[in-house]
Design a protein around this ligand. Sequence first.
Ligand SMILES: Cc1ncc(COP(=O)(O)O)c(C=O)c1O
Length: 445
Amino acid sequence: MEPKGAVFSTGEATRPFAVSEEASLHPTGYGRESRRLVGDQMVGPASRVIPVSADQQGTAEGVYLDYNGSAPLDPRVAEIMLAALTEGAGNASSTHHFGRRQAAAVDEAREHVAALVGGRASNVVFTAGATEANNLALRGAAEGSPADRQRVVISAVEHASVRETARWLHERGSLELDVVPVTDGGYVDLRALEEILDEDVLLVSVMSANSETGVLNPVAEIAELARAVGALFHCDATQSAGRLPFDLEEIGADLVSLSSHKICGPTGVGALVGTRHSLRRLSPIIHGGGHERGLRSGSLNVAGIVGFGAASRIAFGERTAESARVAELRDRLTGSLMSRLSGVREIGDVSRRLPNTANIRFEGADAEAVVANMDPVAASTGSACSSGAIEPSEVLLAMGIPRDAASESVRFSVGRFTMREDIDVAVESAVAAVEFVRMMTKEGE
Ligand SMILES: Cc1ncc(COP(=O)(O)O)c(C=O)c1O
């Protein structure tokens, strides 16, 4: 469950970067008219003030360490979105000048989103998020697949939107499904993949980074194996794009899924970016007026797309510096927890993971109980609630981690607005929570 009403550290006192951009991120004009740069702050009627003060840092309002769940909206993005919402009018498909301005704003966003993954703007299909992009990739490829290619291969640690779509296709008899195992480090076992692949495979879908462990997959090698048998390679890059460099062409990916709210953009908007050839092989899953190259009908969510474009542009420009900064914070967190508590283990291969993520097992402390007792810190577990029972994460089980160990793991994911002080509060809160849960567990035995 996402925490509600958190106040993020986005104000001047705590912002880890100076706003040094030109007054407009958006040449098409939204938010430009009335804004100006004063010192390192953007001011003017269109600016949105998010109240924050140094003493709000690390208080009950929120130390938010769940960026992989959803990253807070960057105020720079909010500002541009607000302008798009209030200054814009009309349907982006309309030919009158209002519509043309909306379409120009969408096209500008398309450039920024494409650049994030080294794709072409004309090959960006906007969706309502990565869940829909993943559905479009799998179901769109399955529909009308050639008779001699009736098999789909996914990894054992895919997001539910890939896993459940593939299972659904399999259960309704559309395609055979193979699930390739991962190593105990959490990344795809290339030898096992090679054994599974053959010329009857339509599509291979493997994520670039796992949201729970942060572990990175060898996507270029996977793409090469897929290409060798003539299969499409779909990569869910939701967690890595904007955090690490990703180049669709260099990797050899045919289809790439993205989500705006993982990169401090708005929720409810994402994209499937592909090569022209691979997009041509897809059928739409939403039918209507033929928007988005005929692959995703429906009037465009202009403000959301504009926000996604701005978030992509900011992430592209800042990802190198931000990666180094968040890695330091993440390592400060794990180092402190390990020195303060016994029985702390990191899950997944720590030499190949996202810079912002740590999945930590606290031996002898149920993760749900730890998270529930960790206020004001928000972190998450990968557990799922199924038939009223809490089930440990499928991802961790797929890595060969025993159920009891999997149910003791907590994911901490830091990000753009996380500060050192947040980490220090998080360490104190986590130590207290783990000690409390361990004590209660012992007493109950
Ligand atoms: C790897 C991955 N894919 C897909 C999604 C779904 O993204 P969205 O919320 O945009 O539908 C998520 C969200 O957690 C994710 O982590």
